[in-house]
Design a protein around this ligand. Structure first.
Ligand SMILES: O=C1O[C@H](COP(=O)(O)O)[C@@H](O)[C@H](O)[C@H]1O
Length: 236
C-alpha cells in the first residue's frame, strides 16, 4: 500500500505529532546535509503544526539553514488574505527560516509561473518533507480536477517543477488562478504527509484510496504513485 494512516483524537494531537515528525526530519537534514527544504500546504488544516515548528525554531541558530515554501499558492498580491506565502511568512516571521514564494509580489499568474520555476531551479534538492492538504473536490496542492492544466501537472515525464493552474470552477472561498508544484516535484521528497480533518474529507480520501483515477481525484495520483509512501494524518 502507498500510505500509512495516523489517526488522532483531535486537531491538537494531530498538530503535535506532525510538528514533532517535521522537527525530527529537519534535525536529521541539518545534521547530515547543508540544510533542510520543506514544502508546506496552504489552507487552514496544518497551520497549528506550523506554529509549533515556528516556536521551536525561534532563536535557533540553525533556522537560517531551513527553507520553506508553499506547495501551491493563489495568484494574489502578497498582502492579500488568501496568499499562502503571506500566511507562512507571518507564522515564521520571528525566526530565521527563509520562506520562498511561488508567486510574484503582485500575484500576476504568468510572471508567477516563471518566478516559481526559477525559484525551484535554485532549490534542486529533494524536499526533506512535503506537507499536503486536500480539498473536498480531492484536489491536493493546486492540482484541481477539471483544470485544463491538470494533465500537465500530473505528467511525470514533462520535467516541470511548477505550473499555473486555473481551477474550473474557481472555488468560492479562493477564486483565483494558482501556482502549484507538479506531481513530479511533490514526489521528489524524502517524506510525504497528507493532512486532513473531518468525516467528509475522510470519505473523499477513501474513494481516492480505492480508485486510482487521478483525473477525477488528483490526490489519488500521490496515493497510487509507484514507490511512494504517504503518511495520512487525520483527526475528527
Ligand atoms: O486551496 C487550498 O486548499 C487546500 C486544502 O485547504 P484546507 O483549508 O481545507 O486545509 C490546501 O491544501 C492548499 O494548499 C490550498 O492552496
Amino acid at each position: 500500500m502507498g500510505w500509512i494512516e495516523h489517526d488522532y483524537v483531535d486537531g491538537v494531537a494531530l498538530a503535535n505529532a506532525l510538528a514533532a515528525d517535521l522537527a525530527q526530519t529537519v534535525d536529521v537534514a541539518l545534521a547530515t546535509r547543508n540544510g533542510a527544504l520543506l514544502a508546506l500546504a496552504g489552507g487552514r488544516t496544518p497551520l497549528p503544526a506550523y506554529r509549533e515548528l515556528a516556536a521551536r525554531w525561534r532563536g535557533h541558530a540553525d533556522a537560517a539553514r531551513i527553507v520553506v515554501m508553499p506547495t501551491d499558492d493563489r495568484c494574489v498580491p502578497h498582502d492579500h488574505p488568501a496568499s499562502n506565502v503571506a500566511e507562512l511568512r507571518a507564522i515564521f516571521e520571528d525566526t530565521d527560516v527563509r520562506v520562498e514564494a511561488m508567486t510574484t509580489a503582485n500575484g500576476d499568474p504568468e510572471r508567477s509561473e516563471r518566478y516559481a520555476r526559477a525559484m525551484l531551479a535554485e532549490h534542486p534538492a529533494a524536499f526533506d518533507a512535503v506537507v499536503l492538504g486536500m480539498g473536498m473536490d480531492a484536489h491536493t496542492a493546486s492540482l484541481f480536477p477539471n483544470a485544463r492544466q491538470l494533465a500537465a501537472g500530473l505528467d511525470r515525464t514533462l520535467l516541470l517543477d511548477a505550473l499555473r493552474v486555473d481551477p474550473d470552477p474557481l472555488p468560492a472561498e479562493a477564486p483565483f488562478p494558482r501556482i502549484s508544484l507538479t506531481l513530479a516535484r511533490l514526489l521528489r521528497a524524502r517524506a510525504l504527509h497528507l493532512v486532513l480533518t473531518g468525516d467528509a474529507k475522510r470519505a473523499v480520501l477513501a474513494r481516492a484510496q480505492t480508485n486510482a483515477d487521478a483525473v477525477a481525484r488528483p490526490v489519488a495520483a500521490l496515493l497510487h504513485a509507484p514507490g511512494a509512501q504517504v503518511h495520512i494524518h487525520w483527526s475528527p
